[in-house]
Design a protein around this ligand. Structure first.
Ligand SMILES: Nc1ncnc2c1ncn2[C@@H]1O[C@H](COP(=O)(O)OP(=O)(O)OP(=O)(O)O)[C@@H](O)[C@H]1O
Ligand SMILES: [Mg+2]
Length: 242
């Protein structure tokens, strides 16, 4: 009768929970154990209203803040593109910051591996960090494989306003990513030296409703940058720029 309990729990969750508690529930249902504490469970904490608000920062910056979430296979060009977009925007006085997969795994997420649960926790932390950067008036550009739809969806829900989250799929066939093999990881994964490697021994769930699909196998980096910047302009996040 375990499934009856699961359905009851699901109905309860959908009707009664919101925000992070709903996200936490989704995570537990889809990934099983919920190894990490997914939100603050203390009842003795309070939200201190800031004096300097997001709106004040945005007004001073002359642009809105948001998260641009690059997803795609290893070697699909997430880091290259995120940093190139940042370079373009920085030269035009736009406040930006890149969260890059490997870099955060040296620090903030240094305690996590690549199991499904650890990948989910990795993405949750980056989602929360991005949210703080939105409050700071910054455009956060994140470069994570983020292979599971549920995790990307969770970040989308974490960020209060759907308009603040832009999913950009760096679409590139596995064969091309593998031929690039920028870090030599595909070769090692093929030899069985790396477990849970996305595209080889772990799935990549393609986005179904990305705001932008950039074809990094066929376009030059500069063309892809232009597509991302156009998206930011069309969404009213940055002004039209030369
Ligand atoms: N249009 C393009 N956009 C991005 N990268 C491109 C493009 N065309 C070719 N490349 C090349 O593809 C490679 C992409 O590597 P990159 O490290 O950016 O991938 P990644 O998606 O960040 O991988 P990982 O998930 O392993 O960090 C680079 O060598 C880059 O020069
Ligand atoms: Mg990268």
């Amino acid at each position: 009768m375990e499934w009856v309990a699961k359905v009851r729990r699901l109905v309860y969750l959908v009707h009664n929970l919101s925000g992070d508690r709903y996200n936490q529930a989704c995570f537990k249902l889809t990934h099983g154990t919920g190894l990490h504490r997914m939100n603050s469970e203390s009842s003795n904490i309070f939200w201190h209203q800031p004096v300097v608000t997001r709106e004040m920062r945005e007004t001073r910056n002359g642009h809105r803040s948001s998260v641009v979430w690059f997803t795609g296979l290893s070697g699909s060009g997430k880091s290259t593109l995120a940093h190139a977009v940042e370079g373009f925007l920085h030269r035009r006085n736009i406040q930006t910051f890149v969260f890059d997969g490997d870099n955060v795994r040296h620090g903030l997420c240094g305690d996590l591996g690549f199991s499904i649960g650890d990948r989910a926790e990795n993405i949750r932390r980056i989602g929360q960090m991005s949210k703080l950067f939105i409050d700071a008036g910054v455009i956060a550009l994140t470069a994570f494989i983020s292979p599971f739809r549920v995790d990307r969806q969770r970040v989308r829900m974490m960020v209060d306003n759907d308009a603040d989250f832009l999913e950009v799929w760096c679409k590139c066939p596995l064969e091309v990513c593998e031929s690039r093999d920028v870090k030599g990881l595909y070769q090692r994964a093929r030899k069985g030296e790396i477990s849970d490697f996305t595209g080889i021994s772990s799935p990549y769930e393609e986005p179904q409703n990305a705001h932008l699909i950039v074809n990094t196998a066929e376009l030059a980096v500069e063309e892809c940058v232009q597509q991302v910047v156009n998206l930011l302009v069309v969404r009213g996040i940055v002004p039209k720029m030369p």
